[in-house]
Design a protein around this ligand. Structure first.
Ligand code: FAD
Length: 432
């Protein structure tokens, strides 16, 4: 049995603590807040989309950028394993549309309660209001690990450590000694939940590379001022295409929402994770197709038909047959046509402008909203620093890094919590 410190009592930290305690280690969890899982509490709009019950292949498609790194962690403790554990710990789950898994009660607090009960029943000590200040290490001195040369165990251990972890400095500035430390302090999004970037600071102090941090799964700010007039308008089954410096980086169908600053909604959040993967760009253009099921020609025919059928009506009274009311009211302004114009005198060129704004509504993306509104942080501790089959730092013995703190993220739908559960579990399983 060894002494293990887990820094951070979020999703990854709780799971790491559970697994390490199951394996018989003496586990102490340091959480800066007054309770565990403050961010988990607000997930899924308070319902906690625990994971996604899709198959492995589909799961990896939703991990952005570095899916391969996640293979071992996922296969060691996958979506079905976490569902089983949470249910076994007293929180029944249900699967909804898109394989999204939620607690039957629809309360994220029940997921946290189940995990906390499990941690307590396994004897984990939880130190609340305890913000760790530092992780301390010593230079590594090689000792005989007892593994025979050429064996799998030896290969797993064949890493060049530079230093080894010795413990942490607690909130009172006191050194506490541990055999292993699992760092699970999260990203920098929604900092009010406690994830304020402490882990990135510790990692940097220890000489680990941290990649650029960017808000992801986050709304866009849009240049076109008329956008704000549509505030509150939600559109279903539209298609969004994102061009970065003229290159298409994203195209998908889904739901979006106009806001007082630009656009949001599931489709836009997913588009933002494609943008977060792009580096050093100058221009970002979002093109919305409001009628993706129809070709330009088909939609033109539809407009022509509506204009012919209502030939004596004013344009403003015809548009609501094709568009939601807020948008219908704005279209004459956008295409610069008098809204009182009778349908029969709408010219072919004006009709084409209606088709164009519908099929290719161009929105200039000024940038994303900040970390305060980002569901996830893109970037973090460089995955090259971490052994994917244990979550241990390659250069620092007995230091494990897990969860959102890593440069690993995914789309919405329960995938990000699964990254936290799986990497946390793997670290807890790997401590010696
Ligand atoms: C609004 C919102 C909704 C979301 N909804 C979903 C969803 O439905 N499904 C999904 O899969 N993902 C969702 N996510 C993402 C998900 O919440 C994160 O991916 C996940 O919580 C990351 O887990 P973590 O343990 O790495 O970090 P966190 O959950 O952020 O936990 C980190 C913990 O470390 C503590 N800590 C930080 N520094 C210190 C320190 N120095 N000492 C001690 N403790 C410290 C923090 O207080 C915090 O409790 C959502 C995120 C947001 C913001």
């Amino acid at each position: 049995m060894s002494k293990v410190a887990v820094i951070g009592g979020g999703a990854a930290g709780m799971m790491a603590a559970i697994r390490a305690a199951e394996k018989g280690h003496k586990v102490t969890v340091y959480e800066k807040n007054e309770k565990l899982g403050k961010k988990v509490y607000i997930t899924g709009k308070g319902r906690c989309n625990v994971t996604n019950a899709c198959d492995a292949e589909e799961f990896f498609e939703h991990v952005t950028g570095n899916a391969k790194f996640f293979y071992s962690a996922f296969y060691g403790f996958d979506n079905h394993s976490v569902m089983e554990l949470i249910e076994k710990s007293g929180c029944p789950l249900k699967t909804e549309r898109g394989n999204r898994v939620f607690p039957v009660s629809d309360h994220s607090s029940d997921v946290i309660k189940a995990l906390r009960n499990r941690m307590e029943s396994l004897g984990c000590e939880i130190r609340y209001h305890n913000s760790v200040k530092q992780i301390f290490t010593e230079d590594y001195r090689e000792v005989d690990d007892g593994c025979e040369e050429g064996t799998e165990a030896k290969k797993k251990k064949k890493v060049k450590y530079e230093s080894e972890v010795k413990g942490i400095v607690n909130s009172e500035g006191k050194k506490e000694f541990y055999d292993s430390v699992i760092l699970a302090t999260g990203g920098v999004s929604y900092p009010s939940t406690g994830s304020t970037g402490d882990g990135h600071k510790f990692a940097t102090e220890l000489g680990l590379k941290v990649t650029e941090l960017k808000p992801s799964l986050v709304p866009f700010e849009i240049k076109e001022k008329w956008c704000t007039k549509l505030q509150g308008l939600a559109l279903k089954n539209v298609s969004a295409t994102l061009h970065v410096d003229g290159k298409k980086v994203f195209s998908q169908m889904g739901e979006m929402l106009f806001t007082h600053f630009g656009v949001s909604g599931p489709l836009i959040l997913t588009a933002s994770s494609a943008l977060a993967q792009c580096k050093n760009y100058n221009s970002v253009m979002l093109t919305i197709d409001l009628k993706p099921a129809l070709s330009k020609e088909q939609f033109d025919k539809r407009v022509l038909r509506e204009l012919e059928e209502g030939h004596n009506k004013q344009l403003k009274n015809i548009l609501p047959t094709m568009f939601p009311s807020g948008l219908a009211a704005l279209i004459p302004e956008l295409i610069e046509v008098d809204e009182t114009k009778p349908a029969h005198s709408v010219t072919r060129e004006e009709r084409e402008r209606i088709v164009s704004i519908t099929k290719e509504m161009k929105l200039t993306v000024l940038g994303t909203r900040g970390f305060e509104e980002a569901i996830i942080t893109c970037g973090g501790v460089d995955l090259k620093e971490i052994n994917p089959s244990t979550m241990e730092c390659k250069r620092i013995k007995d230091l494990y890094i897990v969860g959102e703190l890593l440069n690993l993220d995914a789309h919405t739908g329960g995938y990000n919590l699964q990254i936290a559960w799986s990497t946390g579990y793997l670290a807890g399983d790997s401590v010696e």
